[in-house]
Design a binder for this molecule. Structure first.
Ligand code: ZN
Length: 226
């Protein structure tokens, strides 16, 4: 069994009715339901939220997490430094991390990678996600190219260290390009950053996006031996 913890700041869904309409059970709920529907015998899901004590990320939870998925945007600065240090320590000891979309600017990602992770952005674009490393396990069953008709543009330059692997490239209708799926190593832990996922668009209902996240969970969850 791969133990997945999905962390969400869970604010846009409560504050903006248009986001709530897309993700009535929260972004975390949509992500979790998709994983459980795809691999109920392989994956166990729990949720952790900003509003919970210790943001839901107690030592006990982290000790029992193989893969942590992180979604945050408007409240990066509300995440306590102590919890960031704790989670970072677990990643460096071998817990693996999937950072989604605006999690690029989380304290956790900045601390793990040591760069600003700055990028260009613009709302209301469309994206073609190109798979440029089709033999990678994270790309299994994903088409060479898939389209997200509404997505926030994230553009290069993306201030990250040289990734271990670049699996997806995003091309936006405004002409920008972006390293949309990249892996890193932090101590004994592995990180997969995946760009799609702006909260105002139904990105996490897209079957290709769900497949990428499922593949990443399986790949990262098996790395340390089940
Ligand atoms: Zn966004």
């Amino acid at each position: 069994m791969i133990n997945v913890t999905i962390w969400n700041e869970y604010l846009h869904e409560k504050l903006q009715s248009e986001v709530a309409a897309i993700y009535p059970g929260g972004i975390h709920g949509t992500l979790g339901n998709a994983l459980l529907a795809a691999a109920p015998d392989e994956i166990a899901v729990r949720y952790a939220l900003l509003e919970e004590d210790q943001h839901g990320l107690t030592e006990d939870v982290l000790n029992n997490t193989d893969v942590l998925i992180w979604w945050g945007h408007m409240a990066h600065d509300k995440v306590s430094d102590d919890i960031v240090e704790r989670v970072k320590g677990h990643v460096e000891s071998g817990m693996n991390l999937i950072a989604l979309h605006s999690a690029h600017h989380s304290k956790l990602m900045k601390s793990l990678l040591g760069t600003t992770l700055d990028l260009k952005w613009r709302h209301g674009d469309s994206e073609r996600v190109w798979c440029i490393n089709p033999s990678h396990p994270i790309a299994e069953g994903v088409p060479e190219c898939f389209e997200l008709p509404l997505e926030e543009m994230y553009g290069e330059p993306f201030d990250i260290p040289a990734p271990d692997e670049t699996i997806f490239l995003g091309w936006f209708s405004g002409g920008e390009v972006f390293r949309s799926g990249v892996t890193f190593t932090a101590g004994k832990g592995r990180i997969f950053y995946f760009q799609p996922g702006h909260e105002e668009y139904p990105i996490y209902h897209d079957k290709n996006v769900q497949r990428v996240i499922l593949n990443a969970v399986k790949w990262l969850g098996k790395r340390n031996g089940e």
